[in-house]
Unconditional design. Sequence first.
Lengths: 545, 207
Amino acid sequence: MKKITIPILVTVVGALLLGGSFLFSSGGEGSLDVDIVKTQTIMPAAHNVYANEDALNGKYFLFKAKITNSSKNTLEDVTVRYRIPGFVEWTELDVIGEMFPGQTASVRCYPKFPESIAEKMTESTEKAEIEITWDGATEDEMIEEEIGFRISNRSEYMFTNIPASEIAGWADVYNNDALLACFVTPNDPIVQYYTQNIQEKILMGEAASVSKDPNEAVRFLGGIYNATLLSHMVYSGTKGIPETLQDISAFSQQNRLPREVITGNTGLCLELSLLYASILSNAGLDPFIFLVPGHAYPGFRLNGQYYAIEATGIGGEGLGKISSAEEAFEAGMKQLNEFFQKQQQGDPRYTYVDVHLVNKMGATPMALKDDNFLRKKVDDIVASWGKAGSLPKASSGGNTTRYVSNNGSASNTGGGGGGGRALSFAVPSGWQTMMRPMPEVGILTAQALSPDQYVSVSVYDIAVSNGSDAMYTISNVLANYGMSVEFEMEGNNVYGNTYSSNGTFTWMGKTLRKNGGIRVVAVGAPDYAFNQYSGVINQVFNSIR
Amino acid sequence: MKKYISLLIVLLLATTTTGIAQQMQQKIDMRIDSIGNAKIKMSMTMTAQEWQGWAASFGNNPAALKREIERGMPGYFLDDFKLEKDEMNRSFELSLNAYGACDIDKRGRWTVETDQKDANLTKITDHKYMLVSSPMEYGGALQQTYTIEFPEAATDIEVDKDALGNSIFEFKMERPSGGFNLLRLSGIALLVIGGGWTGLSLVGKKN
């Protein structure tokens, strides 16, 4: 008997261990670990962005959850759902077919708020309820979480969603600037109505978006300005765009919507910029909002060139000077010149919102309903245009004033060291001009660079008698700097490539007789970008005289 | 739910493209493990000017680098960042873990999205693919070369398109083995030994 007791005991222990191995691997409570990261504030104006996982690289989620299967079992059909009482009913976010032991899933929530959120005039604190279940989960095992967040009023724009303690630079301060496009409302029936009135009553017809003529587009910009001027719209300054990194109080701003600026007849710099951008977009132009420390101003891009106006030039009687449309445009272009210079120097405080680009990236405006009361107010404002009789003195000819040269380029208003024609070509608006950029290369008189620094124009003055000699001189000089020039001449035109350790630069230019010598003006771009910029390259090339 | 492998690593390039820029090359290796997480390694060699700009923005401030990557990849949970710089050769290698890089649907089918229409994919081996892209934001000035390596357990790897026409990888993967289960193996061993021993004892007693 004693002989078989030990083997039986060994068998029993073996059976117990085998049974136990199944028992202990059967998971049990808390078999999913959940880690949730949430956003602090939802801006109703940007509700379309929060609803779209593809918008702006998906960075505007309500929450994201890291779910890890911490059990030893494979869980099937792990289902994540959520609701926001009063806004979103129970909604399934994701069903993960199988979750292996140790497997992690990342689930993001982009809530589709009802359109009525765009009418929210007060802020509130809300909560989202999250529920995670899987096949066979008991009520005890099911995971329920709650997160709290704030929904601001529809007018609030937060410059950043990064906590103040995390802000390290201006890129952080302007982290939300793409969301400004959500406040640009070209499809708002009230803005459309106002735009139609400007086109009809102020401009007596307008076709800038069809003709692509900068003169016509700038006339339209002046028309918007004159409309605000005639209705005695006033600039009302308040704390707005942040000026310093410590300016935490200005990290959010209440923005009246463009329709409210029109009917309220007053606006801050940013609000006026949003109004202009809305009208420009509605008219088919390509609006931009330029942000600089403490200020914002609107503009547009046409044929690769930028134009801007100082919309706050309307001032107000209490504020003193009221600028004419022409003065406001000149001020805008001057600021634009400074803007691009600062940007090229790498100053991160100078940035812009390309409204249509960020629209394409998913930052779309809120939908606003038509409103008969507001239409009536627009009618009253339009009627006041007639009563005003005429524009302020300096802009009395505003409707016919030509702000740009006939070749389509705005005159270079300075900063670059020389007017466009002095360099034998029209310097496009916003470009940086450098006189004698390389003093050691005596024949290089000037260079002009596009704002994004892809396209450049070089002006060489060489004391030779013909274009061919001029080109060989340039080739020899550049060879000293490791560059090899290959060119072909057709009359006065010259086409070629310059090879260097930086790659290939493709260009086209003209040779001109100048001051007893030859001037060579060449415009081009890196070979891979040449086709992309061929429009502006041809424009500069055609302006060489 | 979308998961992008087109990591916005271009964010690492804080340098502005200057004048006549040379095309920059970035190499990104993504190794997916048997539970759908990814180990990502990025490497790049720069020109002197690019290196100066990168070092000023990120190279000398790894915390800023980590933050930029986290913001550029909002869908992921990332950790284990390691940055190795080779200052002599103006190059760096950054590695990190991305959890939940792959999806698994209701039918148990795994997917990895490329977020690129008609992605230029090349099959290197049964479990390794290469993808070359030039992000539009950089106007062709940057070329990214990804290698995506699937685990050995992945089978039937196919390139397909999602509803938006973007290229995706689909594959099957069985549950990874639970590894060495000491308890179970010990139990089986003791059962066999005990059973055999008992049997032998009983036979011996009978004889």
